[in-house]
Design a protein around this ligand. Structure first.
Ligand SMILES: C[S@@+](CC[C@H](N)C(=O)[O-])C[C@H]1O[C@@H](n2cnc3c(N)ncnc32)[C@H](O)[C@@H]1O
Length: 470
């Protein structure tokens, strides 16, 4: 039974937890109807969502707000999803293992009236609203900021529910965050098409003076302006399809970071700790703005600008977008070549099922010359971080495939370095593969692949025969 309360406009499920988001302390017994999931190992303890209403929809299309105000040492989190997926999420390590609990690296600075840390602060940036600025010198690879989500919305909600229901659940999710977190969320930017600008709603949430329809609209625009797509948040899933599902996610402080087509920081989401991680990919001086790219920045100027305008409604004026005409033309020729090379050879790195193949793939390797052109174009375009890792990794494979051990070692070491700078795990597949190639080129799966390919696909690093000779 799902009912809409005519006064509160909230959904009442079976008369349980009628308005928990507004009065959490009055409903301490509200429990996730999905119940705790099975323990994944002996060191974990079952987890139940302290709050799990309101809901909308029925059957498999039933979506609820799951909230935990104590999550991440009192930072709090709200999640909108189905009971089944909430149960999958509640089985992940971050919820079941005390050692995985994480403290958000920001604290609130009363003088600045904004969150801050020894590494960064939030402050006004000319022409961009607020932004993040380095509080001290940062080097490539430094972790600048780690943060758990404020609100995560399962993309399935938009297919299953009406837009009004999604809006209502989103506002409820925000209402269930702890007070300071909620105020911070409501202060996030809502730059939208109508040029309405920022709106702030402070004060008593759900109080009589609060117009909930307006709040729902503001929360929706905050989501549109600030959300990241997160693929797989660590849920304990059973199928690959389930793992592919996406979360529309806002982070209280990371959402303050502005865009640059050639940013000095990059991000990656760590599902094991449910944290978004921001890393420096260039040296950043104290007082310099810390930026990320909102888009795939290896695109021509017009495509970058139209994506930014369409989604975030601002004209990108970063250095890359405002080069003098002749430099901009050169850049577009370079980008066209860069994109062609990446399209041909990047699948070599991201070959399924593992990020780097343990089985030699059927696709072709670049020649060392092509790989070095790709590296040079990447550097000429001032692309750092992931594109540079990818270019060095392809160059390492190209040298290895053609039997040049010294070139392979040099490029594999650089690829390993850039993989670590952008936050790829030290024991992850990408780093292990490059470390393995640098340590023992002759034992790597790619060694002499071009030669082996030419003599009929003989696999393995067996002894060379007369056939191998040129
Ligand atoms: C995710 S928010 C970033 C934080 C925001 N500046 C604030 O004050 O909270 C995205 C919005 O910031 C502004 N913004 C981000 N990058 C910008 C840039 N390079 N130039 C101008 N405005 C920018 C745009 O209004 C955009 O819609």
């Amino acid at each position: 039974k799902v009912m809409l309360d005519p006064v509160t406009r909230l959904i009442d499920i079976d008369g349980v937890c009628p308005i928990p988001a507004l009065l959490p302390s009055f409903f301490p017994t509200c429990r996730d109807s999905a119940g705790p999931g099975p323990e994944t190992n002996t060191t974990t303890t079952p987890y139940t969502w302290p709050l799990s209403t309101p809901c909308a929809g029925t059957g498999p299309d039933r979506y609820c707000v799951y909230s935990d105000p104590d999550f991440a040492h009192g930072h709090g989190i709200s999640v909108i999803t189905t009971p089944a997926r909430a149960a999958q999420l509640s089985r992940s390590r971050v919820f079941t293992s005390a050692s995985s609990s994480f403290s958000v690296s920001a604290s609130f600075d009363e003088t600045l009236n904004a969150p801050s840390s020894p590494k960064w602060r939030v402050q006004p940036i000319a022409g961009k609203g607020q932004g993040l600025v380095a509080a001290r010198a940062l080097r490539p690879g430094d972790v600048i900021l780690r943060e758990t989500p404020s609100l995560m919305v399962d993309y399935g909600a938009w297919a299953a529910l009406s837009a009004e229901d999604v809006r209502r659940l989103q506002a409820q999710g925000v209402g269930s965050l702890p007070g300071a977190h909620r105020v911070g969320f409501m202060g996030l930017s809502t730059h939208d098409e109508d040029g309405e600008g920022e709106e702030e709603i402070r004060g008593e949430w759900g109080g009589r003076g609060m117009n909930m329809t307006r709040v729902e609209g503001v929360v929706e625009r905050i989501m549109e302006t600030n959300a990241f797509d997160i693929y797989h948040a660590g849920e304990v899933v059973e199928t690959e399809e389930e793992e592919e599902r996406t979360w529309y996610t806002v982070f209280g402080t990371i959402s303050r970071m502005n865009h640059d087509c050639r940013p000095n920081a990059d991000y990656h989401f760590d599902a094991a700790t449910l944290t978004h991680n921001i890393h420096a990919i260039a040296p950043i001086a104290p007082g310099e703005e810390i930026t990320i790219s909102y888009i795939d920045n290896i695109q021509p100027l017009a495509a970058r600008q139209s994506h930014i305008q369409r989604t975030w409604h601002f004209q990108c004026t970063c250095a890359q977008c405002t080069q003098p005409g002749s430099l901009s033309t050169s850049s577009s020729y370079r980008l066209a070549q860069l994109i062609a090379l990446r399209t041909s050879y990047l699948p070599l790195l991201y070959h399924n099922p593992s990020p780097l193949p343990s089985q030699p793939p059927s696709i072709s390797f670049p020649t060392p010359q092509q790989a070095h052109l790709l590296l040079s174009l990447t550097a000429q375009e001032r692309l750092l971080g992931t594109p540079l890792y990818e270019a060095h990794a392809l160059a390492a494979l190209a040298h290895s495939a053609s039997g040049d051990a010294w070139g392979a070692v040099r490029e594999a070491r650089l690829a390993e370095e850039w993989a670590l700078v952008v936050g790829k795990p030290g024991d992850g597949a990408e780093v292990r593969d490059m470390r393995g190639l640098a340590g023992d080129p002759g034992g790597h799966w790619s060694w002499m692949w071009n030669r082996r390919g030419r003599i009929g696909g003989r696999k393995g690093g067996g002894e060379r025969t007369g056939e191998d000779e040129e």
